[in-house]
Write a protein that binds this ligand. Structure first.
Ligand code: CA
Length: 223
């Protein structure tokens, strides 16, 4: 595991926490060293702070992906606005955790990334005629552009990266909202409704499917 974090005390604490969970961890304390290590080190995953001296975490992510380096990246940052989260994911990060965080959660997220491995990220996600472009943040159905808010976009993107799979509401809450409070589950339903009204209803389609008692599924054929 490579941890890129400029606050040395925090970096050391993250290393201790991850070592206690059974990971081997190297540290880099600025963006330049971090980018170099991520390129050369053959790591299974990278934990990346966003605000770093020399080269930001955003740039590191973007740079690695532009070199077709698909090492799993988890962004760890104090910034918690929905745009920050969306930006990090757009630039090719695989997951995002805001500070303060628990090491148990960080370790669980990293294990999930390691199970997936280094997955190539296509520039555009497609489900039939429904197309989502993470880089330009555009969605279209056929030739029609669809306007989504940042949160709606993040929800749709999460589902479109798992076409045909049932995704639990708790998983969406955890990854799209970074929340574990089951009281918030209602918000997932509300946003699923918003997304449907934009990507499905106007076109008489049904891409975003409710799987009763389980969660949601994005039809691989676009509905
Ligand atoms: Ca920092």
């Amino acid at each position: 595991m490579l941890v890129v974090e400029d606050e040395r005390r925090l970096a050391a604490a993250v290393r201790r926490g991850l070592v206690a969970e059974g990971f081997a961890v190297d540290l880099a304390h600025n963006g330049e060293d971090g980018l170099h290590a991520a390129r050369e080190g053959g790591y299974d995953a990278v934990v990346l702070d966003l605000m770093l001296p020399k080269i930001s975490g955003y740039r590191i992510c973007q740079q690695l992906r532009s070199e077709e380096n698909w090492v799993p990246i988890l962004i760890l940052s104090a910034k918690d606005g929905e745009y920050d989260q969306a930006d990090g994911l757009d630039l090719g990060a695989d997951d995002y955790l805001t500070k303060p965080f628990s090491y148990v959660v960080l370790a669980a997220r990293l294990r999930a990334l390691l199970r997936r491995g280094a997955v190539p990220r296509p520039a555009q996600l497609r489900a039939g005629d429904l197309v989502l472009d993470p880089a330009s943040r555009r969605v279209r159905r056929g030739e029609t552009d669809i306007d989504l808010t940042a949160r709606e976009f993040a929800l749709l993107e999460y589902l479109m990266r798992r076409p045909g799979q049932v995704v639990a509401k708790t998983e969406l809450l955890e990854h799209v909202w970074d929340s574990y409070d089951s009281l918030d589950l209602n918000v997932v339903e509300v946003y699923a409704g918003y997304v449907r009204r934009k990507i499905d209803a106007p076109f008489g389609r049904g891409a975003l499917q409710t799987v009763r008692g389980a969660g949601y599924r994005l039809a691989a054929n676009g509905g």
